[in-house]
Write a protein that binds this ligand. Structure first.
Ligand code: C2E
Ligand code: MG
Ligand code: MG
Length: 753
C-alpha cells in the first residue's frame, strides 16, 4: 500500500516540478521567482522524505545532493554577488560530482554489460564535445577577457560531455531501467541542457536569459525528487532485468547523428588558431579510434553470432554432439568415399530403453544428466575416427566409416552395448540404463543414401526393442518388408470399421458335465477388401498400439451382445447364456469405457451378469491402479471379469487377490500337455485349486481332444472351450452347432466319461 502511494506521489511530484518550472519559464520573472523557490523547496522536502522512507544507497544520494546543492548555490550566489568565478567553480563542481556519481552508478548497475555499449557512449560524448567546442567553447575563448573564467567554463562543458557519455552508456545498455533510474536519468539530462543553455547565454549572438536556462535546472529538481521518492530507488544499484527489446534503433540513430554532425561542422568551419587546430585534431582522432574499435567489435560479434548460429543449427545443445542434419552429411560423405573401396560404413541407431520412465519419475534435469552421461560413454566406447550424434530425445547415432564387414559392424555395436553395463551416477543414486541398438551397414555395390542407411538402422533398432530391449539387431531386408506390411495394416485398419470389413465369430463354451452350451466367446475377424483374412494375433496388437482398438472393441462389444439377444429371443440358446468379449488394456484406460459397456448392455437388454469381459494378466501389471478402478466399476455394474490366458503372464498371487476376478481361463499351453506330462497336470490342478480358493469360475481353453477333456473333467474343471467342442463359428452356423452340442446322447457317445 505504502509502496503504491509512494510510487504514485513520485509521478505527482515530477508533474508538479515540471509545472512549476514551466510557470517560472513563462513568467520571465527573476531567477528567484516564487515558482523557482517553490520547485526547490518541494524537491528538498521530497528528497528528504525519500531518504527517510526508501533508504537509497548513500553514494547515490550524496552525489545527487552535492551536485544539486552546488547548482542551487551557484544560482543564488550569481543573484547576490558578482563573484563569477565562485559561480563557475560551483557549476563545475556540480558536474564533477555527477561524473563521479555516474561512474559508480554505471559500474554497479551495468557491471560487465556496460563494456559492449561504452564505445557507443563515447562516440556520443566525443561527437557532442566537438560540436560544443566549435559552437561554444572556441568562440568563448576568442571573445574572452578572463582566461581563468574561460578555462572554468570550458572545463564545465568538458565534464558535462563526460556526463553525457555516461548517460548514453546507460541509455544504450540492454538493462531495463527502473522508474527511479528513469527519473534520475531525465534529471541528469535536463541538468545538461541547463548547462549548455547557460553556456550559450554567455554569447552575444544567442539571446538566452537566466530565466530560460534555470527552467531545465528546476525540472531537474522535480525529477530528482521523484526519483528519490519512488520505492524502486532502494535497488537503484541492482543490475536490473534485461529489456525485452534492446534499444538498437535509438543507439543507431544517436551514434550516427553524433558522427555526422561533428564531421559536417569540421568540414564547413576553419580552425581559428593552432590551439583550435590541436583540439579539433585530437578530438577527431580519438573519435576515429573509438569508431574503429566499435567497427572491429561489431565485425567480431557478427562473426561470433554467425559461428554460433551455424553451430546451433548443426549440433545438439545439451550434449554438444552433431545433430541429425550433420550426421546425415557425415554418413553421405562416408558412403560416397566408400565407393570402389572395401569399406562398408556402419551406422548404429541407439535408443535408451524406457527413458520416458526416467524423465517422468526423476524429472527432466536428471533425464538431461543421464543423456549427457550416455553421450560421453558413447564417445569413449567408439574408436576416435567414429562420430557420435544425438538426433532426438533419447536417440543417438554412431557412424564408423572404416568397417569392412558385418562382423566388424556387430563388434562395434557390442562394444557400445558394453558401455551401458556400468551404472549411471545421478544425484538420486546409481541406476542402470540400457539401450537397444540397431545396426546397419552399406553393402558393397549397393547404392544407398544416407537417409536409407539411417532408416535401416532405425528399423533394426525397433527389432531390438521388440526382442526384449538391451540388445543388438542387425538390419536385413526382411525387416523392411515387415515394416512396410505393418504400415499397410495400420492404415487399412483405420478404415476397416467403416468399410464393414470386420465381423465376429463365436466359439461355444460348454459345461463339461452336462455338455450344454453355457456361453460364447466373441472373436474378431478382419476380411480385407482384397479377400485376405488377417488373423487377430496380427492386427489386434497393432490396433492396441495405434489406439484403434478403442472403437473396434466397442463395436465388438455391441455386436456380440445384440447377437446374443437375438439368439435368446429366437430360442437358439437358453436365456442364461453368457457372452465373453476380449478387452485390451488400452480400452480399460479409456475413461469412457465403463459407460460404453453400460450403454451396450442397455441397448441389447442383456443382464450385466451375462457379460464376461476377458482381460489378460498384463492389465494387472502395467498401470494397475487405473485398470483396477475401471474393473471395480464394471464389477459394480454386475459385469463379470475373466482372466484370460492364465499362467502365461507374470501376475503374482497378491495381484490376483487384489483384482475383482470371477473367472480364470486356463491357457491352451497347459491344456495341450495335460495328457502327456505329469508336470502340466499338476500345474492345472494347482490353478484349479487357486481359482476355487478365490471363488472364481474355471474355463479350460484349447481342448483339442477327448483325453484332454476327460482329464479336465476328472479335475473338476467345469467349463471348456476348444476345437474338440467347436471351432469359432460364424453367426449363421451357430443355431446348428448349438443344437448338435445340446444333443446329450451324442455328447455322451463322444466323450464317454
Ligand atoms: P483368446 O482370447 O485367448 O482367444 C482364444 C484363441 O484361441 C482364439 O484365437 C481361438 O480361435 C483359439 N482357439 C480356441 N480353441 C482352440 C483350440 O482348441 N486350439 C487352438 N490351437 N486354438 C484355439 P483367435 O481367434 O485367433 O484370437 C486370438 C487372440 O486375439 C485372442 O486370444 C484374443 O486375445 C485376441 N482377440 C480376438 N478377438 C478379439 C477382440 O475382439 N478384442 C480383443 N481385444 N482381442 C481379441
Ligand atoms: Mg479370450
Ligand atoms: Mg485365451
Amino acid at each position: 500500500m505504502a509502496r503504491r502511494a509512494l510510487s504514485a506521489s513520485s509521478w505527482v511530484v515530477a508533474t508538479i516540478g515540471i509545472g512549476l518550472a514551466c510557470l517560472h519559464g513563462v513568467s520571465s520573472g527573476p531567477t528567484d521567482s516564487p515558482f523557482a523557490i517553490g520547485a526547490i523547496a518541494l524537491a528538498s522536502i521530497c528528497v528528504g522524505i525519500g531518504w527517510i522512507i526508501n533508504r537509497p544507497p548513500l553514494s547515490a544520494l550524496a552525489t545527487s545532493l552535492i551536485s544539486l546543492l552546488c547548482l542551487v548555490a551557484a544560482l543564488s550566489v550569481s543573484l547576490r554577488s558578482s563573484s563569477t568565478s565562485t559561480v563557475e567553480t560551483l557549476v563545475l563542481l556540480s558536474q564533477l560530482t555527477l561524473v563521479v556519481g555516474l561512474i559508480i552508478f554505471v559500474r554497479n548497475r551495468l557491471g560487465q554489460r556496460a563494456s559492449s555499449v561504452v564505445p557507443d557512449g563515447l562516440i556520443v560524448g566525443l561527437g557532442a564535445w566537438v560540436l560544443i567546442w566549435i559552437v561554444l567553447v572556441q568562440p568563448a575563448i576568442q571573445e574572452s577577457t578572463s582566461s581563468s573564467l574561460t578555462i572554468l567554463r570550458a572545463s564545465t562543458l568538458g565534464a558535462a560531455m563526460v556526463v553525457l557519455f555516461l548517460l548514453a552508456t546507460l541509455l544504450f545498455s540492454d538493462t531495463a531501467p527502473s522508474p527511479s533510474v528513469g527519473f534520475l536519468g531525465l534529471a541528469v539530462f535536463l541538468g545538461l541542457t541547463g548547462i549548455v543553455l547557460r553556456a550559450m547565454s554567455f554569447r552575444q549572438d544567442f539571446s538566452i536569459t537566466s530565466t530560460t536556462y534555470t527552467t531545465p535546472f528546476l525540472i531537474t529538481c522535480g525529477f530528482a525528487a521523484a526519483g528519490f521518492l519512488h520505492p524502486s530507488v532502494r535497488h537503484i544499484y541492482t543490475s536490473g532485468t534485461s529489456r525485452t527489446s534492446p534499444p538498437l534503433m535509438t543507439r543507431l540513430v544517436t551514434t550516427t547523428a553524433s558522427l555526422i554532425v561533428p564531421v559536417v561542422l569540421l568540414a564547413i568551419t576553419d580552425p581559428f588558431d593552432t590551439q583550435d587546430r590541436i583540439v579539433r585534431t585530437v578530438s577527431v582522432s580519438v573519435l576515429a579510434i573509438v569508431v574503429m574499435i566499435r567497427v572491429i567489435q561489431s565485425v567480431r560479434a557478427n562473426a561470433r553470432t554467425q559461428d554460433h548460429l551455424m553451430k546451433s543449427a548443426l549440433t545438439d545443445s545439451l550434449t554438444g554432439l552433431p545433430n541429425r542434419i550433420l550426421m546425415l552429411e557425415h554418413i553421405e560423405t562416408a558412403v560416397q568415399q566408400a565407393w570402389r573401396t572395401s569399406r562398408q560404413p556402419t551406422v548404429l541407431f541407439i535408443d535408451v530403453d524406457r527413458f520416458k520412465n526416467i524423465n517422468d519419475s526423476l524429472g527432466h534435469s536428471i533425464g538431461d544428466n543421464v543423456l549427457t552421461l550416455v553421450a560421453s560413454r558413447l564417445i569413449a566406447a567408439v574408436p576416435s575416427h567414429a562420430s557420435v550424434a544425438r538426433i532426438a530425445g533419447d536417440e543417438f547415432v554412431i557412424l564408423d566409416a572404416t568397417t569392412e564387414s558385418p562382423t566388424q559392424s556387430v563388434l562395434l555395436a557390442e562394444s557400445v552395448l558394453d558401455a551401458f553395463r556400468e551404472p549411471v551416477n545421478t544425484p538420486e543414486g546409481d541406476m542402470f540404463v540400457t539401450a537397444s541398438i540397431g545396426v546397419a551397414y552399406s553393402p558393397k555395390g549397393v547404392d544407398l543414401s544416407a537417409d536409407d542407411l539411417m532408416r535401416h538402422a532405425d528399423t533394426a533398432m525397433y527389432r531390438a526393442k521388440a526382442a526384449g530391449r538391451n540388445c543388438i539387431a542387425l538390419f536385413d531386408d526382411s525387416m523392411l518388408e515387415k515394416v512396410t506390411k505393418r504400415l499397410d495394416v495400420e492404415t487399412a485398419l483405420y478404415r476397416a470399421l467403416e468399410r464393414k470389413e470386420l465381423h465376429l465369430v463365436h466359439q461355444p463354451i460348454i459345461d463339461i458335465e452336462l455338455g450344454i452350451v453355457v456361453g460364447f466367446e466373441a472373436l474378431m475377424r478382419w476380411e480385407r477388401g482384397d479377400g485376405d483374412i488377417v488373423p487377430p494375433t496380427e492386427f489386434i496388437p497393432i490396433a492396441e498400439e495405434t489406439g484403434t482398438i478403442v472403437p473396434l472393441g466397442s463395436w465388438a462389444l455391441n455386436d456380440a451382445l445384440i447377437q446374443l439377444r437375438h439368439w435368446i429371443d429366437t430360442n437358439v440358446v437358453s436365456p442364461s447364456t453368457t457372452m465373453s468379449v476380449n478387452v485390451s488394456p488400452r480400452q480399460l484406460h479409456d475413461p469412457q469405457f465403463v459407460s460404453i459397456v453400460s450403454d451396450a448392455l442397455a441397448a441389447s437388454g442383456i443382464p450385466a451378469e451375462q457379460l464376461w469381459l476377458e482381460v489378460t494378466e498384463s492389465v494387472m501389471i502395467t498401470e494397475a491402479t487405473q485398470a483396477l478402478s475401471a474393473l471395480r466399476r464394471l464389477n459394480s455394474l454386475g459385469v463379470r471379469i475373466a482372466i484370460d490366458d492364465f499362467g502365461t503372464g507374470y501376475s503374482s498371487l497378491s495381484l490376483l487377490q487384489k483384482f475383482p476376478i470371477q473367472c480364470v481361463k486356463i491357457d491352451r499351453a497347459f491344456v495341450q500337455d495335460i495328457t502327456t506330462q505329469e508336470g502340466a497336470r499338476n500345474l492345472v490342478r494347482t490353478i484349479i485349486a487357486m481359482a476355487n480358493a478365490l471363488g472364481a469360475d474355471i474355463v479350460a481353453e484349447g481342448i483339442e481332444n477327448k483325453d484332454q477333456l476327460s482329464v479336465l473333467a476328472s479335475m473338476r474343471c467345469n467349463k471348456a472351450q476348444g476345437y474338440f467342442i467347436s471351432r469359432p463359428i460364424s453367426v449363421a452356423d451357430v443355431p446348428a452347432v448349438v443344437q448338435q452340442l445340446q444333443d446329450i446322447d451324442a455328447w455322451r457317445a463322444r466323450t464317454s466319461f
